[in-house]
Structure formats: structure tokens, C-alpha cells
Ligand binder design. Structure first.
Ligand code: NDP
Length: 290
């Protein structure tokens, strides 16, 4: 069984990104907007900021209190949209309940939407137009498959999970009519009938569910590649919380030919792709202003 090492691949990608910008006088810049004091969100922003610092991307963090009004947040986004020194705007999700997150996603200028969540970027992905941004987790999964030379074209990819940030964009990406893609994709969700028999058909099985250890050995085709996007924190008394994925790693490793661990699988790739998108935005914008 090949262990797909997301941490290693992400480190190589970050090193190549340093090369891409090293001869530029100006540096790319991203702003992270954090509303409220959710510890999980704070930790994610810290990790993203660390990655930015490491590769020479300037990062600003705008921390706003939980009770920030939606209009005040929109006002900040509009200001960053107009600020020519900012290449990427990331509003950390989830947002407090009184803020309409759809409105917020729509307010970010698509050209600075390095998360790839804006409907314009999702639409571009759907029709295969390459001047948008592909959301970071789907792009990270694709890069892992490419790095390990796992065939995609003609393969049956089964994705469990249909969110707008993982399952759906990942399906749209892998099904593209392009020589290195061309997958046959099935998307499953909580209303899927006979999930197990569909999972068993996957040459590549991708779990993006958010349920610890949900994918068991008897759901995986022998020799399949298994990609685990899920992240769950398991708390047990007197022990630090454990991070686990959607795949029962110990069982599934007996049948899979390649698989990602959690942590150190898809997670580091998501952050590396965020940096890649930010640098692409910077390079595109440099061209526009030259
Ligand atoms: P969502 O909660 O938005 O989506 C979960 C999906 O799983 C839904 O489509 C849901 O179906 C489906 N699902 C839930 N229960 C079942 C079930 N019993 N059988 C089949 N399908 C089921 O989650 P996200 O897509 O945002 O994230 C998924 C996981 O990936 C989470 O653990 C998240 O933390 C992690 N994640 C990891 C990232 C990384 O970088 N590694 C980045 C982003 C997310 P339905 O639509 O019917 O409700």
C-alpha cells in the first residue's frame, strides 16, 4: 500500500511557489478575515498565515468581534476588493449565524476569491474555463493523484459528500474533458441508496463526509485509491483531542493500493493550494497592471 504523503507534496509545492515569485519586486498579499473567536477557525488562520510567511506571501489578519454586523463585514470586503495591494481575500468559515455567508462569498471579487467559492469561479470550473480559481481542497486532491501518478482518465471516481466546497467542485474537476482528467464520477450523499455497493465500484474513492471512520474495509474495492478529506476531532478524557478522517485507516489499508492518512494527507495540500491560488492572482494582476 502506498501512503500518499500530503505533507511532503505540499512542502515541494511551497518550495516551487517561492521560485515563482522570488524575482518580483512586489510580493503577493492575502487578507484573512476572521469573525468571532472560534478556536478551530483561529487555528486554521494561524496555519494559513504560517504557510504564507514561509513562502514570502504577505498576510494580513482582520479580526472582527462575533457581533459584527453583516453590513460592516461587507464594507470591509468592498474595501479589500478595491485595494490594489491585495491579491487574495479569504473570509474564514463558518461565520456567526446572524451573517448570511452566501452574501459574503458573493461579495468577494471573483478575481481575488482565492478560496474558489464564488459562483463565478464555480461556474468557470464547471465549464472548464481556466482563468478562474479552483477551490483549494479539490485542487489539492487532484495534485496528490497526479503526483503519485494514479490514473484518473476512464476511472470510476466515487465521491461521498456533495458540499459546494469539496464534493461538487471535485466532481466537476475530475469529470472535465481533458486528457489527464476524463474520469467517470459518481457523487454520493446521505440520501444515496446502497452506498456500500456504489463505494465498492470506485477505482478512486474519495470521502468528504465529516464522520470519523465511516468508510470501512468492506466498502472499498480491492486495489482502489482512497482519499480521505474528512477531519474530525475526537475527544477522550485525559487525552489530547485526536484528529481522524472519514476512513477507517487500519481496516482500509488492507485492501487499498494507495491512501492518504489524516492528518498529513489532504489538509496540507489545501493550504498549499491556497498559496498557489494567491500567487496566481498576484501574477495575473501583475500582468494586468504592467
Ligand atoms: P459538509 O458537512 O458540508 O458535507 C458533508 C457531506 O457528507 C454532505 O453531502 C452529506 O450529505 C454527506 N454525508 C453525511 N453523512 C452521510 C452518510 N451517512 N452517508 C453518506 N453521505 C453522508 O462537509 P464538507 O464538505 O465541508 O467537509 C467534509 C469533511 O471534510 C469534514 O470533515 C471537513 O472538516 C473536512 N474538510 C477537510 C478539508 C481539508 O483540507 N482536509 C477542507 C474542507 C473540509 P447531505 O448533503 O445529504 O447532507
Amino acid at each position: 500500500m502506498i501512503l500518499i504523503d500530503g505533507r511532503k507534496v505540499a512542502a515541494e509545492i511551497r518550495a516551487s511557489l517561492v521560485e515563482k515569485i522570488k524575482n518580483h519586486k512586489q510580493k503577493p498579499a492575502i487578507v484573512f478575515i476572521l469573525v468571532g473567536e472560534d478556536p478551530g477557525s483561529q487555528a486554521y488562520v494561524r496555519m494559513k498565515k504560517k504557510a504564507a510567511l514561509e513562502i514570502g506571501v504577505i498576510s494580513h489578519v482582520l479580526e472582527l468581534p462575533h457581533e459584527t454586523e453583516e453590513e460592516a463585514l461587507l464594507e470591509k470586503i468592498r474595501a479589500y476588493n478595491e485595494d490594489e495591494t491585495i491579491d487574495g481575500i479569504l473570509v474564514q468559515q463558518p461565520l456567526p449565524k446572524h451573517i448570511d455567508s452566501e452574501k459574503i462569498v458573493n461579495a468577494v471579487l471573483p478575481e481575488k476569491d482565492v478560496d474558489g467559492f464564488h459562483p463565478t469561479n464555480l461556474g468557470k470550473l464547471l465549464i472548464g474555463q481556466e482563468d478562474g480559481f479552483i477551490s483549494c481542497t479539490p485542487l489539492g486532491v487532484l495534485r496528490l493523484l497526479e503526483y503519485y501518478k494514479i490514473p484518473i482518465a476512464g476511472q470510476h471516481v466515487v465521491i461521498v459528500g456533495r458540499s459546494n466546497i469539496v464534493g461538487k467542485p471535485l466532481a466537476a474537476l475530475l469529470v472535465q474533458k481533458k486528457p489527464h482528467l476524463n474520469a467517470t464520477v459518481t457523487i454520493c450523499h446521505s440520501r444515496t441508496k446502497d452506498l456500500k455497493s456504489i463505494c465498492l465500484q470506485g477505482d478512486i474513492l474519495i470521502a468528504a463526509i465529516g464522520r470519523a471512520g465511516f468508510i470501512k474495509k468492506d466498502m472499498v474495492k480491492k486495489g482502489a485509491t482512497v482519499i480521505d478529506v474528512g477531519i474530525s476531532r475526537i475527544a477522550s478524557p485525559n487525552e489530547p483531542p485526536q484528529i481522524v478522517g472519514d476512513v477507517d485507516f487500519e481496516g482500509v489499508k488492507e485492501v487499498a493500493s494507495a491512501m492518504t492518512p489524516v492528518p498529513r494527507g489532504v489538509g496540507p495540500m489545501t493550504i498549499a493550494m491556497l498559496m498557489e491560488n494567491t500567487i496566481s492572482s498576484f501574477l495575473r494582476r501583475q500582468k494586468t497592471y504592467d
